[in-house]
Design a protein. Sequence first.
Length: 431
Amino acid sequence: MMILMALCSLMGVHGMPVMTADVTYGEAISFQQAFADAPEIVKAVIEREVVVIKPHLTPLYTLGSKHAKVSDAKSRIIHYDEMEASPLSTKVGTAYTGSGQIQDAINFADNALIAINETVFFKGINGYLEDGTTVDGWFAAVVVDKDNTGKPIIKPINGKLNSSTPNTIPSLALNTVVLRGLRTGSETQIRTAPLVATPVQKTQYMQKSIMETKETTDFILNQEIADVKWGKTEITDFAIFEHKLTAETDILIGKKRKLNIANKYNDNSPEETFFQEGLWWQAGKDHSLPTAAVKGDLISMMKTIFVGNASSNTKILFAGADIVETLSKVDYDQVIYPGKPAQVFGLDVQQIIYGQYKLLICSEPAFDDLQMPGYGLVIDDAYLYKYTRGWQTINLDNEKLGISATQSQIIIDNFGYVLKNAKAHTRVKLV
């Protein structure tokens, strides 16, 4: 201390306050002692990378961005046409009592579905061999005409013997399932009733998502010398993740609407604002899965998901936590069994295999965030479309604009998701 004061005196430093310190001899100075006596001289190790805590990934947004069929859209209003094949079945709309008729008009639940020349099969109604008494499969008939009310007039193919009249129409119970077959012509016939098929137009809206980050000029300059790596790039990355995270809500359960909205960011001038319809509402099938599901319940679920529509043999189930738990508790066997975990479309998935069908299971935390852990959505990615204008980036130098000493970056994402072939997709709910 005396030496230090003498040096200060020689250098012209006077009036220096008296400093005292704990002095020990014969011991090494420790970090604990230094931190206790002079914490200002102890420098902490600063990790430059900031750990960004992301609650989860965004599988629906990821699938749509990386695998969906992407179409450029100039307008926010998307019209797309679908033409669904006519169903193969209808039902008997009015019970028919057989009384020996060799042809007669029958009222079906959907008379317009049945065409002249078409063969029709009545499920569960006995047909007969040519003797008219020996049962031989289901009753089949051919449509020869329609009456003036539009009811098909049928003629038996394998009808029954009624008294002495062969090949007559048997009694047909109400709601008997009727299956459509080929249109069959006679030897010289070359024409039949024209097939009329009209596409159905559907509409989706593109939703305009806007993200903006803003940093002061001083903040940007300070990042050049800052110990922590947290600047414009990191803030922008975080904003993009926030966008993807919140986008999942609209992608899943959004309601299609067009509203006039006024707010301070559009000069309080009402403007058309478009909201897209969520994928949940676009799916065409529903299935209820028991909470305590067993193997048979899974087979039924796979049947609902894969049978009855012209769709893929591999689909993906985005599932809430409760559905994932339920599927994990099932005792599988060689009939229905789990495949190996894999990564598909950039997503980690589990698998369930049943016959030629494969269901990929992807945990979708958005269902949990929406308080829907017992819900799931099966998507056939072959019919998933994303309409977009691509990302638009606008950099603003607010200082040059005379607004403030700040820099802004604006990112705009216009997009809308569409599930075509509605019955290829299924909503699943635990019950």
